[in-house]
Design a protein around this ligand. Sequence first.
Ligand code: ZN
Ligand code: ZN
Length: 621
Amino acid sequence: MNTNFRKLAITLSVIAILSGVAAAQEPPLKSIAYRLSMSRPVSHLFEVSMIVELPEQLKDKPLQFQMPKWSPGRYAVFDFAKNVQEFRAAGADGSKRAVTRVDNQTWSVAPHGDTTLSITYKVFGNDLSGTFSQLDERHANYNGGSIFMYVVGHKPDPVRLTINPPAGWKIVNGWTERQGQTDWQFPNWDTMIDAPTEIAPDWTQETFEVGGKKYHVVVHSFGPEGGKRPALVKDIEKVVRAEVAMWGPPEFSEYTFLIHYAADDHSGDGMEHLTSTQIIEPGALEEPGVYSATLGTVAHEFFHVWNVKRLRPQELGPWDFSRPLATRGLFVAEGFTNYYGHLMLRRAGIWTDKAFLDRQAQTVTRIEGAPGSRLMSAEESSLSASFIDDAPHAQAVNLNNTSISYYPKGEVIAMVMDLLVRGRTKGKASLDDVMRDMYEEFYLKSPNSSYYLRGRGYQPEDLERIVSHRSGVDFSDFFKRHVRDVEVLPYDEAFAYVGLRLTKSQAKEPFDAGLSIQFEDPREGIIENVRNNSPAEDAGLQANDEIISLAGKNVTQDSWRKMLAKYKAGDSVPVVVKRDRRTIKVNLVLGQPERFEYTVEEKADATAEQKALRAAWLNGK
Ligand SMILES: [Zn+2]
Ligand SMILES: [Zn+2]
């Protein structure tokens, strides 16, 4: 496929030159070979070398090498180039070539008539994460986007990768075909960085088959597993079966779950790839909650095999890594995946009906209680991904009050849309059908729009068209109000179709006064956020104030809301905070209760038809 496409690309570029309409496209490089070494793991320095063979036409032109500013799946701009050091270039005879740093992500080499260029550089990596990379005495685990530069203008060219592991360390990734493999050929750079790789002496691997496809569960544990791994593999298989039952057979022949138990209390991530996923849990497998957290991430990431990695918003590949991603579609890509991740835990028999419905109610509580959900739409949230997807902020920001994450927002949109389709069609159609229609139209049946991947991407308008077509109901008003604007979703109509009711009630502790407090230590509370137009803001409290006392008493993580719950609207509560070197005393005047919780309950008068619709929803019919 790739060879044919390349011939076509060359033909097209010749036509462009002849017609003089478009700028000539550069011919592909003759070869690009990467070598990754790790001779000194304690230094955390990955050693990268690249051998580039140039066609005659390019040997007198400068060649630029670029580190991406971010990598697919995590949309904050991290500037991986900040960890690059010792970039060098040499000709075929080993003599040095001049290097110019063009900007903060680009190095330029003047080839001086060379048809072979050799590049070397090192990258520091000490984060165990699906976004970054780590090399230490225990292992190397990398996300290619944070390690490998591309040749500017030549991302579509085929690449070869060789890895030199330390003695006794074994390599595994989603492209591994045989034991002891150290060389890979990838159709292009984008695909190479889509294969996160683990290199260590002591990871484990278990394999199961579903529908003739092989699934590998690779686990690297930095803490005790408590004998839970065999059960985990069985439960992962249940999740795979539930998701394959919805989508049909995936197009790969093998898939790899790369799972790390970091046992460091802070490393946690899940990242989707074409034939693998990288899952990092901060705890150890034997610890309470870690097993179920792993399954939650597995259900989410495996759903991305279809939704995101293949069925994708138009802007998701090939990417321009010199600037932040701009797509309106992440509420579908991530939010719908969040919804289905939870639904699939139910369909796999891992969650009960109640566990799933409670989770949906929690998401509604989170969305409806967040001030940003009345200010930022699902599409605007998607476009703001580089600000809100784990982005670090050096300047003070008000995003806690003004933004909403496309994960939970997209999840509630998906849930309501699913129930509306099921209800309005009396069970003849569902969001499952809509997703399958999208997959068929955009991934399976559309002509390839680029070198990178089969099919083409969609826009939110395409989802609007397909959901309307499948349900026979015009969804344009729904998209206008709830996707492009911030109106409250029609929860009541949606839940009623399946004999359920969403109930809003005052929280047990009805006041937070607009404060969120972060406890690094259970007895030391720092104000993390002050909601706009809240009692806390009226009182003059600010983010980063340290709470010394509330109503004359010390506050703890467990006590502070209980302390406020003893008061009623209109009461004044003395608060003492420390701000820099000043001690400040204020009176917090409580307003009306502001904390509410939503629950999903069975309707007393639910009909048999509604119960049947509910069973079909939860069981995947
Ligand atoms: Zn590892
Ligand atoms: Zn995701």
